[in-house]
Design a protein around this ligand. Sequence first.
Ligand code: 5AD
Length: 436
Amino acid sequence: MKAAFYTLGCKVNQTETEALAGIFRAGGYDIVPFEERADVYVINTCTVTNMGDRKSRQVIRRAGKANPEGTVVVMGCYAQVAPEEVSRIPGVDLVVGTRDRGRILELVEKARDGAEPVNMVREAWQGAVFEELPLLETESRVRATLKIQEGCNQFCTYCIIPYARGPVRSRDPEKAMEEAARLMAAGYKEIVLTGIHTGAYGLDLGLDLNYLVSRLAGLPGLKRLRLSSVESTEFTPGLIGTIAANPVVCPHLHIPLQSGSDRILARMNRPYSRREFERIVKELRGKIPDLAITTDIIVGFPGEDEADHRDSLEFAAQMEFANIHVFKYSPRTGTPAAGYTPQVAPGEKEARSREFINLARRGWQDYASRYLGRSMEVLVEQDVAQNQWEGHTATYLRVRFPAKGDLRGELVRARLEDLADDFVRGQLEIISSLKG
Ligand code: 5AD
């Protein structure tokens, strides 16, 4: 039997798809590319914006056509939020949301024989616990993601994710440590902590993110530990201290700002002001040398006028972000802000988005240029062409350099020489072998 996977959206989805692929493999399936004929197609969907829904539907239809006899499984956030809509898409056999994914093989068996699509979606909030989906993958790559947390209690007024993922629940720290140790043993060099609201780790266990980060940072053999998104309000003195004191914790933080206008932040139900955001960024930069900070911005939130947009742009420029992920506000049915007035015209959103994308680009160039002429540590991930290797610095700057031999998984030093579009060209200086 063959199974094929398609992942839309975020890093959590990618990690979950990998875990599921492991379950299928352990169940005797061969995993094949999504374009090939398979017996089971699993589509892990996204619903964060309307675009996510639309793309999810396209891929689902494509799978249904690729093999009309095949079993099409739709899972993830879009499936969770709109199970009936998904069931009606031609070809769909099984709908699983953001729960019960560990039972996938059994559910596929059940769905295979039925004429009607099977809808297994359960309410997201009722009695939800952290579902252990260990990575069974043993194939070694260089960077692994470790999912430590599920769900969100924040209810930002624009965001559907709490409805799709349910409440905050955290992975048992012992389980997280075990998985991290397994990943290290499989040869991974870098671990990226992921979750839906990673900074809320431990809320349900009487612990906090600092507790887990401190423990993981002490894992023997771990070269890099990267935090993904953490909210500005979640940097406790303890967490800042841990990041500053542990060289394995990467000086790279993604801190979502969403807007630089206090009026809009309040309407978004974001629990901070720009002054508070600024204060934490200053503190972080004061304590963590060479820190790279990236962010998310939403343009065109309902009621955002030209002055709010200017505020936002000006504040984001001041914050000197190393990169900005720009989102055009998308009215999600089921969220409060979808009903707010006035909605911003599409052309206006487009124009504001372009301004932010330009700022993001200048920010990246300013940040990347600071490293030119310097020798930086690069964890080599892959060869992109013959004798051309690529990896990232701890600050997540992508570096490409020429070298012979197999450097995958090596920690090297490279002198950074010039900027390309979205990476930096360098020359190899030293290889400190990690292999063997
Ligand atoms: N419209 C646009 N962007 C959104 N995001 C979340 N909800 C919406 C929405 N309705 C963005 C936020 C978040 C990122 C993952 O997605 O910026 O940080």
